[in-house]
Structures are given as structure tokens and as C-alpha cells.
Write a protein that binds this ligand. Structure first.
Ligand code: ADP
Length: 393
């Protein structure tokens, strides 16, 4: 009996000891869980603060917890991934963003812990190119970074087109020059009149190459000067009068009535004189080139509310609405062969546009096919410059 009591007592002691151990283990586990929750909550707050602090960056950032729920995101991410404007916290990212590659990248990142990158090209009008990176966030979840590379892609494609266009434009006159030179070389008995004709053609093609290179250098200088304004006040009236005087002989040979209407006190602008000469000269030259004989070209200068308006109107061939949208692009020409024949490079209007932009102005065209075109340029007036010049003279 006493032995049985002893065994029972012993069993009770062992049970009490085991219960104690279990209680301690449970308390420790609970304490660890609470600590983990506290860390997670702090991390969430920190990440939310970080995402809010990154509100000004153009890159989108989305922080996901271990279950793939959105814990924080910045406004750029909301715009780039079309997330709902109001709170998207707590929602699963794959349900909010329908990009199939995102799902795969998140899974791969969870499994391997390595950074996953993919490019996503939208279809349709806006057609954005987004580069998405998924990084593992140890002890938490993942961070999704979204970089909008649409502008870069567009610039890259413009650059590629530009290089292709330049190469093509250079190749044509070079091939012609090579052909003419070889013909002259191969025929030592060529009559002098024929030889002279070939030499004239070579000279014309060389002139074309030289104009093209000059225009390309002008454009490159304008790109470098973007945003920088030249400092000298210039009398725009004097520049217009000079351009009209220089182009009058061409107008006369084409029997075009070239008229200029300038205000009594012509306005001044802050610009480099050569740039202004290019704007006015290019617009009048084009008007003369694309107006049939016996047409009228009118140059008008006016000032209103501190803005100068230069207009060059013609009674020429005019432009369709779709061409009006594109003629300021580099190398865009409605009729490539006709432009070449008239000595054009397809760069004149882009030089005008870039010069005007560098002067803080605007340029445009109103036109009707078969009726004529009115090119206009608006520039900020340089107040007091005319008075200063008059005093100084
Ligand atoms: P180009 O050297 O070919 O004249 P521009 O850049 O000056 O190059 O002009 C681009 C194109 O815009 C021209 O090829 C022509 O098709 C069109 N264009 C320019 N000015 C006029 C105008 N006054 N009337 C009709 N078309 C014009």
C-alpha cells in the first residue's frame, strides 16, 4: 500500500514537473509570437512611412507582406500599376494587377529569394514600357519596383530613326557623286560640254551634302543649347526686313509677290541674331518654294500683351491636317522628291521649332490643301529694349 502511495506521489511529482515545462514552453512561444508581431507591425509602419516618403520619386514601389498582401505603396506605383486610388492595403497584389509575368516573378522570388526582373509593354494608345523588379525582403515579404521606361524607349526609337534617316540622306548624294566621277574617269574622250554637265551635277550634289551637314550641325547645337536663352536683345523688324530683301530676287524669278507688313515700332526679342535669321529665312524660303508662280507671300509682325507674333502666309499648295501634325519632325517631308529637287533637307522646320523652343516661344501652322498655309511664331517681347537702343544710338 505504502509502495503504491509512493509510486502515485512520484507520478504526481513527474506530472507536475512536465506541466511546468509545458507551461514554460507555451509562455516562451507566446512571447516570441508577440515579439514577432511587434516587429512586423513596426516594419509595416516603417515601410508605409518609407513608401510615403518616396511619394516624390517617379519609380513605383509596392511592399508586400509574407502572404503577398499590399503593406505599403507610393503614389507612383498607384499610377503605374493602375491600383485603386483609395486604400489598397491588405489586398493581394495579383488580384489588383493583372500582369501575368508579375505572378510568376513573385512566385520565383518567394522560392529562390533572388531578384526577378521583367519588362512589360502595354498595348493600345498609351503603350507604356515598364520594367518591373521583384526583390525579396528577408523576414517580411517582397518589394516590387516599377520603372517607367516609355520615354527612354521613345527616345531610343527616335534616335534609331534619325541615324537611319541621316545615313540614307548622305548615301544618296554620295552615290550620285561617285557615279558621275566614275563616268567622267571612264571616258577620257568625253566631249567637253558633256563633261561640264557632269561636273555641274557633282557640284549640285556636293552643295546638297554641305547644306545637309550644316543643318545637322545647327540641330545638334540647338539640342545642346536647349533651355539656355541667348542674351542679346535683337530688333526683329530689322531681321525680317533683311530676310525679305535677301529673298526678293528669288521671289521675282518665281513671279511671286513677296510683301512685308511691319508695325511702326518693330518689337525686340532676347535672342541670338543668327537664330532669328534662321527662323524668318526658313519660313519665307519655304513659302516661296511651295507656292506656284504668281502667288502671294505675306510676312506680318505684330505685338499683343507682351507677345510678338510673326506670320508668314502663302497662297501655295497647302497641307492636309495629318501633314500639319508632322511637318515639324526631323526629315518629315510631304513630297520627298519635290523637296529634294527644290534643294530641301527636310530639317528646316525642325530647326525653326527648336530655335523657337530655346527662346521660350511657340510655333504652329494653319493650312488648307490647295488654298495656302499660314506659319506663325510667338516669342516673348523684350520690354524696354527698343527704348534703350534708341537712347544708345
Ligand atoms: P524642306 O527642306 O523639305 O523644305 P522643311 O522642314 O522646311 O523641309 O519642311 C518640311 C516639309 O513641310 C516640306 O518638305 C514640305 O512638304 C512642307 N512644307 C513646309 N513649308 C510649307 C509651305 N509653306 N507650304 C506647303 N508645305 C510646306
Amino acid at each position: 500500500m505504502s509502495t503504491a502511495l509512493g509510486i502515485l506521489l512520484m507520478a504526481l511529482v513527474v506530472l507536475w514537473w512536465w506541466c511546468g515545462r509545458l507551461r514554460r514552453a507555451r509562455d516562451e512561444a507566446l512571447a516570441r509570437l508577440r515579439q514577432q508581431e511587434a516587429i512586423t507591425a513596426t516594419q509595416k509602419t516603417d515601410l508605409a512611412r518609407l513608401a510615403a516618403g518616396l511619394g516624390g520619386t517617379a519609380d513605383g514601389l509596392i511592399v508586400l507582406d509574407a502572404e503577398g498582401h499590399v503593406a505599403a505603396c507610393n503614389p507612383a506605383a498607384q499610377a503605374l500599376a493602375d491600383l485603386p486610388e483609395h486604400d489598397c492595403h491588405g489586398a493581394r497584389l495579383e488580384e489588383l494587377v493583372p500582369w501575368p509575368r508579375l505572378h510568376e516573378a513573385l512566385q520565383a522570388c518567394r522560392q529562390t529569394g533572388s531578384v526577378q526582373t521583367f519588362e512589360f509593354e502595354e498595348e493600345g494608345g498609351s503603350a507604356r514600357t515598364l520594367v518591373v523588379r521583384v526583390h525579396a525582403l528577408p523576414g517580411f515579404g517582397a518589394v516590387v519596383g516599377i520603372d517607367d521606361q516609355s520615354r527612354l524607349k521613345r527616345l531610343e526609337s527616335l534616335r534609331r530613326d534619325f541615324v537611319a534617316n541621316v545615313s540614307h540622306e548622305l548615301k544618296t548624294p554620295l552615290a550620285a557623286i561617285k557615279g558621275f566621277v566614275e563616268t567622267v574617269q571612264d571616258d577620257p574622250e568625253m566631249p567637253p560640254a558633256t563633261r561640264q554637265r557632269f561636273l555641274e551635277r557633282i557640284a549640285r550634289q556636293t552643295e546638297r551634302l554641305s547644306t545637309l551637314v550644316t543643318d545637322l550641325l545647327t540641330l545638334s547645337r540647338l539640342d545642346d543649347d536647349a533651355g539656355r536663352f541667348a542674351a542679346d536683345p535683337c530688333d526683329l523688324g530689322a531681321v525680317v526686313r533683311e530676310a525679305v530683301r535677301d529673298l526678293l530676287p528669288l521671289a521675282e524669278t518665281r513671279e511671286i509677290d513677296l510683301q512685308a507688313h511691319l508695325p511702326e515700332h518693330a518689337p525686340w526679342v532676347r535672342a541670338d541674331r543668327e537664330g532669328l535669321r534662321q527662323i524668318v529665312g526658313n519660313l519665307i524660303d519655304n513659302a516661296l518654294k511651295y507656292t506656284p508662280e504668281r502667288g502671294v507671300v505675306t510676312v506680318r509682325l505684330s505685338v499683343r500683351a507682351g507677345r510678338i507674333r510673326l506670320e508668314v502666309a502663302d497662297t501655295g499648295i497647302g497641307l492636309s491636317p495629318s501633314d500639319q501634325e508632322r511637318i515639324f519632325e526631323r526629315f518629315y517631308r510631304v513630297d520627298r522628291a519635290r523637296s529634294r529637287e527644290l534643294g530641301g533637307t527636310g530639317l528646316g522646320l525642325s530647326i525653326v521649332k527648336n530655335t523657337v523652343r530655346n527662346l521660350g516661344g511657340a510655333v504652329g501652322v494653319d493650312s488648307e490643301l490647295g488654298v495656302g498655309s499660314r506659319f506663325w511664331v510667338e516669342l516673348p517681347e523684350e520690354p524696354g529694349a527698343a527704348a534703350g537702343a534708341a537712347e544708345g544710338s
